[in-house]
Write a protein of this length. Sequence first.
Length: 406
Amino acid sequence: MRITLVNQAFHPDVVSSGQHLTDLAVALVERGHDVTVVTSRRAYDDSARTFPKHEVWRGIKIYRVFNTGFGKRAKWRRAADFLTFLISCCFRLVLLPKPDVIVALTSPPLVSVIAAAFAKLRGAKFCYWIMDLNPDEAIAAGWLSPDSFVAKWLERLSRFSLRRAASVVVLDKFMQQRILAKNIPAEKIAVIPPWSHDSEVKFDAAGRAQFRQTHGLENRFVIMYAGNHSPCHPLDTILAAAKTLAASDPEIFFCFVGGGSEQRRVKDFAAKNQLPNVLCLPYQPLEQLAGVLSAADLHLVVMGDPFVGLVHPCKAYNLLRVNAPILYMGPQPSHVSEILGELNGQLPGAATPHGDAPAAVKSILELKRAVSQAARKDAVPLDGRFSKETLLPQLVAVIESTSQKK
């Protein structure tokens, strides 16, 4: 079967959606399918870094198209980068042989519309793999008024993608409920979370020691936020807690690893308040991920109050792989709060609301007393339901069955 995959990020990019799409592409090739990927030439979080325009990697034909590299420091810059990528995608897709199935993710927004229209034009089946839900996310973030012409127009385009899709893949039951509310038939929807990186991620004592030594974190209690820094993951409360703890407990250190539009705000806050207990680092290579995640004594998982079912906390699965205690900051119920409940005390964990820095400080101090590194062995606390071995074959099966749907 000939399958075309479309997303802004793909190998060797390290952003989560690119890594998961790469896993899917490799699995499809191993199943004997002819796989083509249309993606961006520019790295997701470093627009100055570019990749080859065309290559064949592990049997996957990769076409990387042009887009501007203005970056994320202003909305018009991001919009220009998105628009030029979408236009380039259109030209590239028209030049490709007809696929049996086209799979689109959600980066950038509206790429699913291009893929759905292309599938209709070429008589292919369309599978929509939803990593985040727009324009709902933009409305929840306050970037769009729900009654504005733009919001209504974007919602119509979103529903076009959903209606045209033979299969819709969502990441949790809360996202499924959002899609069902748009009158999309339940039989079209599959709930498949994004998997942990089983082969790359486990508790790594040597990598932990190396990372902590490299960044001067020996003898510190390290709290880490690793992943995308976006308005969907507000960090104001934890930064206020870091400011309090800088004065009261200098042993506690906050490490922010990753990228995104909000990382600049973290750096600015730390500089403005002269916080010696805050370190910001870019995304780390996948081969070092186990050591990086293992280096933390406590991990943060953050979700903004309006974003349940709009974005998905996929970082939690890798944290479970390294047996990392978790402090969740966000609304309840949510996918993360359900995971913490299912852990049933197998790992120390806590949940605090946004806007209550004293509660966050209290939880951090309590978890600091509870955390024991001796207990962090190479075992998965849950039953493997979020492993690559479990979830990736489910997604492959959905895509293979899409070609047979009406």
